[in-house]
Design a protein around this ligand. Structure first.
Ligand SMILES: [Zn+2]
Length: 465
């Protein structure tokens, strides 16, 4: 249709040109082609990129130079991907402590785009990417969107909590939204029954082609539709991300929306990591830009074996991330994918679980939202976990970070919590020496055993013990 064609071929490229980001279109064309390379060709491409990255990191990043020297190797001596294992994994605390020495010497100031994670791990980090990497990341996202039948210019709806990324509602922003086919938003930073009902109305009116959602938000919305006996026009696909999706969740979402789920896994640090192709047989890694390793206690994981995910960003030379431990668990799928793409494939992602917290007016606020917009804004808080075991109250358990101030930081938590969860919320803060991890080994940012009355009592599975 005309609007879609105008957005895709005119307004979107114009917006990119204005931001100096036309490289996005070049990368998209490249990734559309390289996804069909043979396994050998893809391997050669990735090996060239890995070698270039390691030589660059050795030459220009003091932190990595030290790592190579400590391991007694030079990047020129690397012969295979497995040689990377002589370098230790890069931990989040390494970036907190030595991030400045990971930035490439002499990298131009105007080409350092600051990004910041909150993340479900509760350890905020800051990192930089080049404008070129910003473009290749966006292109990667579009390629993976296309696997779900979602192209530039398609109408979409988003169940996501990112008010800071959202433009203010002005005439100009509405016009821009129309010109660029910006999505319909349901802000999962604050969900109320009224907001869910409004969203149903908007979906009926706008009939989006694709719904993008936090997995937990999609499940919650699907349960709301089911329990209230409501329906919405079926999109072509529901793309879920940012949280673990199990088979039961998938079934609930597919039933309520009448559309297939395309699961995706990504993080702020490297954007889209892997996503489902139309074969729905695991998640293909964004292999041209990322090298993913899965480490177990006994070394690299074999197919089906769960281990810790390490990722090397092959395309960000501004601040290289080499063997970065994301903090999530995963396993490789075995054999080739029926779709014919040779991009490596994850069988599943585990241990990325966050719950919704229930505010004083029964609004639901996701743990990811609080991690990103409350805790990550304040590094002195250190590691944080939020627990909610009764309505109207939350408990922050914290391992204080450097510069923690008992009065100011606690007051900050109290004020921001009440802003998001309601002014009547009781907020308690407990300092602890360490935070417990789940059986999966993953640290959990938030956990709530409270369910709002407007949703049916959850099934046994969803009640944390
Ligand atoms: Zn496939």
């Amino acid at each position: 249709m005309l609007h879609k064609a105008l957005v895709k071929h005119v307004f979107h490229p114009l917006a990119l040109a204005r931001n100096g980001e036309l490289a996005q279109l070049r990368y998209l064309a490249e990734f559309e082609r390289t996804q069909w390379l043979s396994a050998d060709e893809l391997r050669a491409l990735r090996w060239r990129r890995l070698q270039a990255l390691l030589r660059h990191a050795y030459a220009r990043c003091p932190f990595y130079r030290r790592r190579f020297e400590a391991a007694g190797v030079h990047p020129d001596e690397f012969r295979d991907f497995g040689d990377l294992r002589v370098l230790p994994p890069l931990e989040k605390r390494d970036i907190q402590r030595h991030g400045a020495e990971m930035v490439a010497d002499g990298w131009p100031g105007h080409d350092r785009i600051v990004n910041q994670t909150g993340g479900s791990t509760g350890t905020p980090i800051r990192f930089l990417l080049s404008r070129d990497r910003k473009c290749s990341r966006a292109a990667a996202t579009w390629r993976h969107n296309r696997w779900a039948g979602w192209d530039v210019g398609d109408r979409s709806a988003v169940l996501w909590g990112a008010p800071l990324d959202r433009p203010a509602d002005t005439l100009r922003s509405r016009l821009r939204g129309w010109l660029l086919a910006e999505p319909l938003w349901l802000d999962t930073g604050c969900l109320t029954e009224a907001a869910l009902r409004r969203f149903v109305e908007e979906l009926r009116r706008r009939r989006p082609r694709v719904v993008l959602a936090y997995a937990r938000a999609a499940v919650l919305f699907a349960r709301f539709l089911r329990d209230q006996g409501l329906d919405v026009p079926a999109p072509k696909a529901v793309v879920t991300s940012a949280e673990v999706l199990d088979d039961a969740d998938r079934a609930v979402i597919e039933q309520a929306f009448g559309a297939p789920v395309f699961n995706r896994y990504g993080c702020r640090e490297v954007s889209v990591v892997a996503s489902e192709c139309p074969a729905h047989a695991g998640l293909h890694v964004m292999g041209e830009g990322l090298l993913v390793e899965i480490e177990t206690a006994r070394g690299p994981a074999g197919p089906g074996e769960v281990g810790s995910l390490l990722v090397t960003d092959l395309l960000n030379h501004a601040m290289p991330l080499v063997r970065y431990r994301i903090g999530d668990l995963g396993a490789w799928a075995a054999g080739p994918c029926p779709c014919g793409r040779s991009l490596p494939r994850l069988e599943r992602i585990g241990g990325r679980v966050t719950d919704f917290l229930v505010g004083s007016d029964e609004q639901l606020v996701s743990g990811v939202f609080l991690a990103t917009y409350v805790v990550a804004q304040r590094p002195s808080l250190g590691q944080v976990q939020i627990r909610q075991d009764e309505p109207g109250a939350v408990v922050y358990r914290i391992v204080p970070g450097p510069g923690f101030d008992l009065v100011e930081d606690v007051e900050y938590l109290r004020a921001t919590t009440r802003r998001h969860l309601g002014s009547a919320m009781r907020v308690a803060v407990e300092a602890v020496e360490s935070l417990p991890t789940e059986a999966s080994g993953k640290f959990l940012f938030s956990r709530s055993s409270v369910t709002p009355a407007f949703l049916n009592p959850p099934s046994q599975k969803e009640v944390p013990s």
